[in-house]
Design a protein around this ligand. Sequence first.
Ligand code: SF4
Length: 84
Amino acid sequence: MPQQQHIHCTVNTCHYWASGNKCDASEIVVVSDAFAAATPDRVDATQAVNLDQTPTGNCMETCCKTFVRKGSGDERLDGIYKQS
Ligand code: SF4
């Protein structure tokens, strides 16, 4: 049975954000802030299975690496797409 997951997100400046505070990305990856800052935008959920683990101590040290600023045109870099 396929896993049904609903990702809720309030970051409405993201290309993948959808009405009702939903994430409409085909997949996302959450990483440590340090990893996100040191890694290019093209590294994203499509490569998640091969990424090293990035332990953190609290939620303030994590981020959604799939974020793409709405209107930036950068959404084609990472292989993620909107589901609807
Ligand atoms: S890709 Fe990340 S930041 Fe963008 S809407 Fe989805 S969860 Fe939020």
